[in-house]
Design a protein around this ligand. Structure first.
Ligand code: SF4
Ligand code: SF4
Length: 218
C-alpha cells in the first residue's frame, strides 16, 4: 500500500476536507458554534432526544463522527432530517454545545453539497410547501399533499382519496387556488432570500442550570 492510498492518522482525504470546511464555515454563523470541539461524549443529548430512537446516527454519534473525520456519513444520515428542533439536547448539553443549531448547519451543508435523499419526508414537505407558495403566493392544501406524495410515494395517497373527496365536496379544500395580486413581488422576495448568507450573530451564551441534568426533569 502506498502512502497516497493510505489515510494517515490525523490526515483527512480531500473530499473530507472540503465537506468539513464547508460545514465549519456554516458553524461560524452560530454564536459559539466552535464549541462543537468541546464535546465530552457524555451522551446527554442522545439520552434527552425524544426522536433518537428513530435516528440512524444519534446526536452524540454525529459529533463523534465529526471528530473521526467522517462528514459524508453525517451528511447522508436521516438523523439531521428527523430532528424536530425541540432544543432539548442544546439546553441540556453540559459543554454548552449548540447541538440543534449544529444540526441545522449540517442540513444546510447536506443541501449545498447535494448529499441527501430529496424524497426524505421532511425535505419533501418543505419543498412542496415552498413550491405552492411560489406558485400561488398562498398555501393550497390539496396541491401540497399531492406534491408531497409525488415525492414520497404516490401509492400512499390512495388511503386519503375518500377523505379528500369529502373535503372537496364540502368545500373545505380546493384543487387549485387563485394567485395573490402581488405574486411577482413575492417571487422576487423569495429569489432574493435564497441568495442570503446569514451574518455571524453576537450573542452571549447563557448557561441555564435549571435546564441541565436532573434539575430539568424534577
Ligand atoms: S450532551 Fe453535549 S457534551 Fe454530551 S455528548 Fe452531547 S454534545 Fe457532547
Ligand atoms: S433538537 Fe433534535 S436532536 Fe436535539 S433533542 Fe430535539 S429532536 Fe433531538
Amino acid at each position: 500500500m502506498t502512502v497516497e492510498s493510505e489515510i494517515l492518522p490525523g490526515v483527512h482525504p480531500e473530499k473530507e476536507v472540503l465537506l468539513r470546511n464547508s460545514f465549519l464555515y456554516r458553524t461560524k454563523v452560530i454564536p459559539q458554534g466552535e464549541r462543537i470541539k468541546l464535546c465530552i461524549q457524555c451522551g446527554t443529548c442522545t439520552g434527552s432526544c425524544p426522536l433518537s430512537y428513530a435516528m440512524d446516527i444519534t446526536p452524540r454519534k454525529l459529533i463523534a463522527l465529526f471528530r473521526a473525520g467522517d462528514m459524508e456519513s453525517i451528511l447522508r444520515s436521516k438523523s439531521i432530517w428527523i430532528c424536530a428542533s425541540c432544543y432539548t439536547c442544546q439546553t441540556r448539553c453540559p459543554s454548552l454545545i449548540k447541538v440543534t443549531d449544529i444540526l441545522y448547519a449540517l442540513k444546510r451543508t447536506a443541501m449545498e453539497k447535494k448529499l441527501f435523499n430529496k424524497n426524505i419526508p421532511t425535505y419533501a414537505l418543505s419543498y412542496s410547501f415552498m413550491k405552492c407558495i411560489y406558485k400561488y403566493g398562498r398555501l393550497n392544501e390539496a396541491q401540497l399533499i399531492l406534491r408531497f406524495y409525488l415525492r414520497t410515494g404516490l401509492w400512499k395517497i390512495i388511503n386519503l382519496i375518500p377523505l379528500g373527496i369529502k373535503l372537496i365536496t364540502k368545500r373545505r379544500i380546493k384543487l387549485t387556488s387563485e394567485k395573490i395580486k402581488a405574486i411577482n413581488d413575492l417571487r422576487k422576495i423569495i429569489k432574493k432570500a435564497e441568495t442570503f448568507e446569514l451574518p455571524p450573530e453576537k450573542e452571549e451564551l447563557a448557561y441555564i442550570p435549571e435546564a441541565v441534568g436532573y434539575k430539568a426533569v424534577s
